[in-house]
Design a protein around this ligand. Structure first.
Ligand code: AMP
Length: 420
């Protein structure tokens, strides 16, 4: 039997990387005071298929199905809508000017699988919902910036733009339509449809002819109201004051209909990285909370594709799980001594020290081999002499020095050494 097309297994030798990445995310989120939210894998379809939605993703890429009672359900294709559904349903806004949330979750999209593009993929995302403030927008851009930084990725940059407020957007959409309309015949099939439904999406087109036309298309920056321009300037001022690098990308728009004001993406600029080089994207949304039945509140969010982050780390030879080692490995000379090893192991494990030993009866040499393969930091050797004298021989596998330690002192000794 094979796995479902476009999915993948995380095998034991890869899971450390995922765990290390998730740990980094949790640490980062603590610094910014964002709290984790976990929402279900499936939602009622209308959470994603709303009337206003004109994006390709929502119209053709979702996994929709009927359950046994004929309810229309959808596997989450993205994180924001589910989080907002929960935010509204649980009235998280009560008593809070801003609610800062993050998630790490699988998403499902029926796309053509390739490197960096899967049908089930993991996203880390944040949503800051409530007050409309350039400072909050700057904070979310800063999260994206620092996420890349704490991972040690060098070839990644932030591209930012604004779509402005409702008026700016409406004017801009008209200008876009007017610009593309005379070229309707040469547009790709998809872009012809987009021209009627959501011309913004044409700017994301990968079609060669479309790309040529997009080069001279008007940009949202030319259609900003004074308010929208000031808002964007304020966001940029905050970023400048904190030396957060970014590049203004005047034709960056994001496909989902609900964005307004700031939109941004994190792009990998790594040699040989391949076509799927957008690591993350986000922006401000003003109408989504209301559309999902909540009060008139906006929010700003970003989501990163974690498989692409791992690919970028690999391309830059960064191994987050390099500390993948166990603390101690018991080596015994006699099967009868295994019960001692087992009881010491229990005691050490209860004190947060990772311990392993051999389960089969095997030679000293083979035990040593396995210990080194598992990157054990210390060998805990239990022979006849040690048992008789109530000691353990502790050998550091890096310095190759060894000491005889009284069994009662083992925990203190290891704790001190491992803490160094
Ligand atoms: P989006 O919600 O489309 O803006 O996607 C946000 C991020 O999720 C992208 O920048 C990618 O890193 C990642 N992503 C989106 N679709 C996929 C996919 N099919 N497979 C893997 N990663 C994806």
């Amino acid at each position: 039997m094979n796995k479902v097309k476009g999915t993948y297994d995380v095998l034991p030798n890869e899971s450390k990387m995922w765990q290390a990445l998730e740990k980094k995310i949790a640490q980062l989120m603590e610094r910014y005071n964002y709290k984790e939210i976990r929402t279900p894998m499936m939602e009622y379809s209308e959470v994603f298929h709303r009337q206003s939605e004109g994006s390709d993703m929502v119209t053709k890429e979702t996994y929709d199905f009927l359950d046994r009672s004929d309810r229309k359900l959808t596997l989450k294709p993205e994180g924001t809508a589910g989080v907002i559904r929960s935010f509204v349903e649980n009235k998280l806004y009560v008593g809070n000017d801003v609610v800062k949330l993050y998630y790490i979750q699988p998403n499902f999209r029926y796309e053509r699988p390739q490197k960096g593009r899967y049908r089930q993929f993991m996203q880390f995302g944040v949503e800051a919902i409530g007050i409309r403030s350039p400072l909050l927008d700057a904070e979310v851009v800063s999260i994206a910036y620092n996420f890349i930084k704490i991972l040690g990725l060098k070839g990644a940059k932030i591209k930012i733009n604004t779509l402005g407020d409702k008026t700016s957007r409406t004017n801009y959409l008209e200008a876009l339509k007017a610009y593309f309309e005379p070229h309707r015949e040469v547009l790709s099939y998809d872009s012809k449809v987009r021209l009627d439904k959501n011309p913004l999406r044409i700017l994301d087109s990968k079609d060669e002819n479309d790309i040529k036309l997009v080069k001279d298309a008007p940009t949202p920056l030319e259609y900003l109201t004074d308010d929208a321009k000031n808002y964007f300037d304020d966001v940029l001022k905050y970023l400048d004051s904190a030396n957060i690098d970014y590049e203004i990308s005047p034709r960056l728009v994001r496909g989902l209909d609900y964005y307004s004001h700031v939109v941004f993406e994190v792009e990998a600029d790594i040699e040989g990285f391949g076509a799927q080089n957008v690591l993350g994207g986000g922006g401000r949304y003003e109408s989504l909370v209301e559309e999902l039945g909540g009060p008139s509140l906006g929010g700003i969010g970003i989501a990163f594709g974690l498989e692409r982050i791992l690919l970028a780390l690999e391309a830059e030879h960064i191994n987050l799980a390099s500390e993948d080692a166990i603390d101690a490995y018991f080596i015994v000379f006699d099967e009868a001594h295994k019960k001692h090893a087992f009881s010491y192991a229990e005691m050490l494990r209860a004190n947060d020290i990772s311990v392993e030993f051999d389960f089969k009866k095997t030679s000293f040499k083979n035990q040593l081999k396995r210990a080194l393969k598992l990157n054990a930091k210390y060998l805990l050797i239990l022979g006849e002499d040690e048992i008789n004298q109530g000691t353990i021989t502790v050998k550091n596998t890096v310095t190759e020095t060894q000491e005889s330690i009284k069994q009662n002192d083992l925990l203190t000794y290891l704790k001190e050494k491992l803490g160094e």
